[in-house]
Design a binder for this molecule. Structure first.
Ligand code: TRP
Length: 328
């Protein structure tokens, strides 16, 4: 039996090369050795304010990007979270078992709510119970996510264990799978902060659908340092980040990348990073546009994905409903 994997990305901003190198490309690799479930988690996205038309458009663009990156609906499940109402049903039941104290300790909640003054939506507070529902609904064993999600994953495990203790074995207790390949990608303008799709300043972010001219400009203006030597060193976070991007996209190891740049300067580093980036992104963009230009086909894919997801979710949700005392 293959182990089951669940992961998702919020359509809350345009996807970046951080999402691609840190998540999507790994997700593609998992398809052969795991049973994979990947979702566009739109229910999560509305925990912060969204423009409705933009959210809808982005959800379809992201699905097309998933497909263009190599996620294959014949190999694994691909679906839009809001199409599977079992997520919200289980999220409510889990929310009734989650404590104010533990949810208030979530760093992401504290960060995001700090900017909202008095008007903090309760969905933002409850967000981790929805994430727990995503994972537990399918008895997923492994959850590939970035380090920033480790606290949410720990809470998911706590909720699973708490529920199992109260009602008898119901959920698989999942494990995080933190960036198994490759490195985290940092902001090109602020190379000690991760490249984040919802960051305010977009000059340091390369979006997957960004046009060539703009990619060239952003890489050429990326922040380095005044040392002038190409080394893989925490004291040179900008250079290190560019080396990571280069290595991941060219399929070279860091040592091979360092050899490649031996005796060269930052200008060449940036030029070569630009070339490997464009070499990967331009064809990816073309494939994405091809998927986007066929809405009927897209619809077939997400409808089928949701249908299969609902079938997989039903036994667990029924078991939960039975255990908490609902009439079935
Ligand atoms: N909270 C995750 C993030 O912001 C996205 C997410 C929602 C997720 N549900 C999930 C990730 C389930 C893994 C599994 O990155």
């Amino acid at each position: 039996m293959k182990k089951r994997i669940f992961s998702g990305i919020q359509p809350s901003g345009d996807l970046t090369i951080g999402n691609y190198l840190g998540a999507l490309r790994n997700w593609v690799n998992f398809q052969d050795n795991y049973e994979t479930l990947y979702s566009i988690v739109d229910l999560h996205a509305i925990t912060v304010k969204q423009d409705p038309e933009l959210l809808r458009e982005r959800t379809l663009t992201n699905l097309s990007l998933y497909l263009a990156a190599g996620l294959d609906p014949e190999k694994g499940l691909l679906f839009i979270q809001s199409h599977v109402p079992e997520h919200t049903e289980l999220a409510w039941i889990l929310a009734c078992h989650a404590y104010m104290g533990e949810l208030s300790r979530m760093v992401q909640y504290k960060d995001k709510s700090a900017k909202l003054g008095e008007s903090i939506p309760t969905g933002l507070f409850n967000y981790p119970t929805l994430m727990a529902a995503d994972i537990l609904l399918y008895q997923a064993e492994l959850v590939p996510v970035g380090e920033d999600q480790s606290q949410h994953l720990e809470l998911t495990r706590d909720l699973a264990i708490r529920f199992n203790n109260a009602y008898g074995k119901t959920f698989t207790v999942p494990k995080g799978h933190f960036n198994p390949f490759g490195a985290k990608i940092y902001d090109l303008q602020n190379p000690t902060a991760s490249m984040h799709k919802s960051a305010e300043n977009q000059n340091g972010i390369i979006f997957l659908m960004e046009d060539e001219k703009s990619i060239r400009k952003k890489v050429s203006r990326s922040v380095t340092d005044s040392l002038g030597t190409i080394a893989y060193d925490d004291a040179q976070p900008g250079v290190k980040n560019l080396l990571n991007i280069f290595a991941l996209l060219s399929g070279k190891t860091i040592d091979e990348a360092l050899l490649h740049f031996d005796g060269k300067g930052y200008k060449e580093l940036k030029e070569d990073v630009t070339e490997v980036l464009l070499g990967e992104l331009l064809p990816l963009q073309k494939r994405t546009r091809d998927f986007l230009s066929d809405p009927e086909e897209l619809r077939k894919i997400y409808t089928k994905g949701a249908q299969k997801a609902r079938e997989l979710a039903k036994p667990t949700l029924d078991d939960v409903k039975q255990k908490v005392g609902f009439v079935l």
